[in-house]
Design a protein around this ligand. Structure first.
Ligand SMILES: C[S@@+](CC[C@H](N)C(=O)[O-])C[C@H]1O[C@@H](n2cnc3c(N)ncnc32)[C@H](O)[C@@H]1O
Length: 351
């Protein structure tokens, strides 16, 4: 059985040259592959979609939506009581780094997997012009809309839509003539790697209304790091983690390019939710078919090392309570932070 992850270059070394391991050329071996067809000059795999397949995929999507809908939208004060308060602050700081680097005054932004709208203030600081937030979890979407409406004089207009962005085209909710300058997918893209079909719909939604030269930013778990950590343990090990997170696989004899499922638990944030490894070379190759070129790919620790040297972003670490007089990330939180990597793609000019 294939294991596409072990030979992949680690994201820590990543620039846009990285992540092209030997497995790059291997055939996609996602479930029910049948024939191959040519798409945009690249050989791709066509899947035979059985009824029970699609029922199962709908069930997973509903499970993810239920999970996020059920999470309470806690206020600022309650958030401070969280056992992973500093980790949450760090993740927010990291998203601020990405947003402040790439968003510009007046931008039209599409946020896929907007959740409860936790990034609205960051977009406000970037002085964007319009914001469209979509998420499969309808309760979260309502909370995001409520958060926007409670902003004092929001400096941008905004629209929110409940949409399964990995099964339905964005044009179902957004007028086809809207052109985005930027698309953001924070901590959510990996759910689309359940199947190639979903990953393609996700990329279609990212790219179809993004202007040439437009930017696509995001954060995902680093599959290479996860698999490497699992494989560094005993040969029957199925779970890695520490006091605040766990990543549990059902099997370890095969890690496919799509559908490589694990169960993720993060204390006070995610209660055992099904997630999927994102095979970076496959993601990059697929994104290329949709006119998206990888320009940045770094582990969170590396982003921190670099960004915290910039006075303004260093100062932000204190203002966002990542570092406080009486505390900062624990060792376990610091390890959990490095599960993730940040990426940036640019839409090619001729696409
Ligand atoms: C970890 S939360 C991140 C929320 C937000 N981006 C943030 O950074 O705070 C992941 C989000 O992805 C959303 N999501 C998962 N599958 C989705 C899908 N098929 N379509 C749209 N959103 C999806 C979930 O509902 C959830 O709100």
């Amino acid at each position: 059985m294939p294991d596409h992850y072990s030979s992949t270059a680690p994201a820590t070394e990543a620039s846009h040259h990285a992540s092209t391991g030997a497995s790059d050329n291997a055939n996609v071996t996602s479930e029910a592959n049948t024939t191959t067809a040519s798409h945009a000059g690249t050989t791709t795999t066509k899947r035979k979609h059985s009824h029970s397949d699609s029922q199962a995929h709908k069930r997973v999507a509903a499970q993810v939506a239920d999970h996020y809908n059920a999470r309470p939208d806690v206020g600022v004060e309650k958030r401070k009581e969280s056992s992973i308060y500093h980790l949450k602050s760090f993740n927010n700081w990291l998203k601020s780094v990405l947003i402040s680097r790439y968003a510009r005054h007046g931008f039209n932004v599409l946020d896929i997997g907007v959740g409860k709208g936790g990034d609205l203030l960051k977009w406000s600081k970037a002085r964007i012009g319009n914001f469209v937030g979509c998420d499969i979890a309808s309760v979260s979407v309502e909370q995001a809309r409520g958060r926007y409406q409670s902003m004092r004089k929001p400096p941008f207009t905004a629209q929110f839509h409940a949409l399964d962005c990995y099964s339905e085209p964005i044009s179902n909710v957004v007028s086809a003539d809207q052109v985005f300058d930027m698309v953001s997918m924070q901590f959510c893209l990996h759910y689309s790697f359940e199947t190639e079909t979903k990953a393609r719909m996700m990329l279609h939604n990212v790219s179809s209304q993004l202007r040439p030269g437009g930017i696509f930013i995001g954060t995902i778990p680093d599959a290479y790091w996860i698999v490497k950590k699992l494989k560094s343990g005993p040969s029957d090990l199925l779970e890695i983690g520490n006091s605040i997170y766990s990543i549990r696989f059902e099997r370890r004899d095969a890690f496919e390019k799509f559908g490589a499922k694990y169960w993720f638990h993060l204390e006070d944030a995610i209660d055992d939710c099904p997630e999927y490894l994102v095979h970076m070379p496959t993601f990059q190759k697929l994104a290329d078919e949709y006119g998206l070129e990888l320009v940045y790919n770094k582990k969170f620790h590396q982003v921190y090392e670099e960004a915290s040297k910039e006075p303004e972003l260093k100062d932000l670490l204190y203002r966002m309570n990542v570092i406080q007089d009486n505390g900062h990330l624990s060792e376990d939180e610091w390890e959990a932070a490095n599960i993730y990597l940040a990426f940036v793609f640019r839409k090619k000019e001729n696409k």
